[in-house]
Design a binder for this molecule. Sequence first.
Ligand code: G4P
Ligand code: MG
Length: 171
Amino acid sequence: MEKRYFTYQEIHKTAKSMAEQITACNFEPDVIVAIGTGGFIPARIIRTFLGKPILAVGIAYYDANDKPTEFPRKVQWIEEAEHQLAGKRILLVDEVDDSRTTLEYCVTELLRHHPAAISVAVLHNKNKEKRGTMPPEVSHYIVGQQLGDVWIVYPWDAKDIDLHDSLAQKA
Ligand code: G4P
Ligand code: MG
């Protein structure tokens, strides 16, 4: 599969464009919910532009015995965070919309806590057939950059960031 390397510099600019899109569609969130771990850094950059607090949720694809599961489930999903979401306008942030399974799951879980509104923002959406569907309650779906079905290599996964950046430049 084709690999696409993205630098921190590119990620920062893409996150800025997401914040601008959110402002342009007049969706003012009360809170950013970051899906860990890929959503943490994009959410933090968006906070620089929107200045809203971040709550973090964790999702796992394995069970208590470390066996893979077909669908995601909640881990580190702080109950206190859930109670804070009632009546709030949520911006849910993740790094990539690949199969859409995680996003569908997280939106569905968040809707159980009666937010006033929910929008979704991802750095990258892969234009491919999706397993999950975006629930109709999602008022805005914001994409930093549209991609094909490539394998994205994020800078936070780099063991050697200089090598990573040189591979990103070559593309
Ligand atoms: P989606 O529902 O949000 O579309 O994602 P999906 O469940 O299909 O993705 C499962 C895991 O695979 C996620 O990581 C997601 O970030 C990761 N993933 C999907 N496509 C790519 C890609 O092109 N590059 C990289 N680097 N990762 C990809 P996760 O299990 O939630 O782990 P984490 O890294 O977010 O902690
Ligand atoms: Mg992820």
